[in-house]
Design a protein around this ligand. Sequence first.
Ligand SMILES: Cc1ncc(COP(=O)(O)O)c(C=O)c1O
Length: 417
Amino acid sequence: MTTPEAPAGAYLDHAATTPMSRAALEAYVAEAGRAGNASSLHSAGRAARRAVEESRESVAASLGARPSEVIFTAGGTEADNLAIKGIFWGRRRTDPRRTRVLVSAVEHHAVLDPAFWLAGHAGAEIVLLPVDGDGRVDLAALRAELVAHGDEVALVSVMWANNEVGTLQPVRDVVRLAHQHGVPVHTDAVQAVGQVEVDFAASGVDALTVTGHKLGGPLGVGALLARRDLPIEAVLHGGGQERGVRSGTLDAPAIRAFAVALAEAVAARPERAATLAALRDALVAGVRAADPEAVLRGPEPAPFPAGGPGEVPARLPGNAHFTFPGAEGDSLLYLLDSAGVQASTGSACQAGVPQPSHVLLAMGVPELDARGALRFTLGATSTRDDVARLLAALPQVVERARAAGLVTGAVRAGGAA
Ligand SMILES: Cc1ncc(COP(=O)(O)O)c(C=O)c1O
């Protein structure tokens, strides 16, 4: 079996997905070669069940949780939907006054969209918590909301780390404030796990989302960690698997590979994070030298690891995010791609039309500047050559993208530079 590799060229989009590790791929193939439904009572079924339960123990140990707190899902989006909808319905069942859902303005759409769906279909009121210029949630706004409406709040959801600008959130402070009002906290830790220390029990959160394909595991598998006393309603109904809150035949091969990749990523994290931070620092310095107009978005990278023991850095070690005034993010992305460098604008298209990122807008970045966004994210396979290739291509790419922006008038309109 060959060792999995990043796509050819300089792959700087590990936050979108990162290659499977060799150990995870081997675990996947070994398990996929066996038949057996983990719900069946015969020996093949019991073997599949054993693989799932061993993986559950491993996932729990990697993340500071109990095995009974692990609910396997088909990835981060499903875990986020289960958290937002399931906790909302669970809390309303016991107390119908609890209709308010507090989410930070910079959440991934996998959190924002189910929250707004609840507003449109289930009588929820959504409160978007503002963030500062670095994308960090405003704790004073959270406190004020809880003081004014604590009895009506169903849940708070604040991500551990932002997927666009890499900002780490003050999750423990969020938990402290919310718990003073008896409000449970969910955190989307999809981007954080494997990059910074994530401990479910120590963090105090009530529910946490993790996914396999951002840390060396397969696509389409992840988990929601949820405390046993957290009221949570099923979103998928059927065979009653996973405490009755997530029906569906368990994907034993994917679950086993996910557990293997997670254990590896957590064990490798201290060393890998330091390596990524050093590469990221070289990338940031190089981009600034190549284009003095480029603006780093999100917190300024601090020396890694920051401060004393237990202190966390302000930004993910593998993330660098810039806006390039006068250039369209999409033009930059395609021009870089043709130079063999793969990056991301960090935000979604709607019907093929690039949208300025809701994260940057929430941080107060003007819309025209937000259009010139480019995210570079590093992972286990990243090398100095990847960064060198980006820096060699960048000056010409930015120049051409700016020229295209001038021609279309798309990004310099209104005099913004
Ligand atoms: C912060 C965050 N949450 C959720 C998701 C969705 O996870 P998945 O791709 O496993 O559905 C992503 C993926 O981009 C993400 O970055």
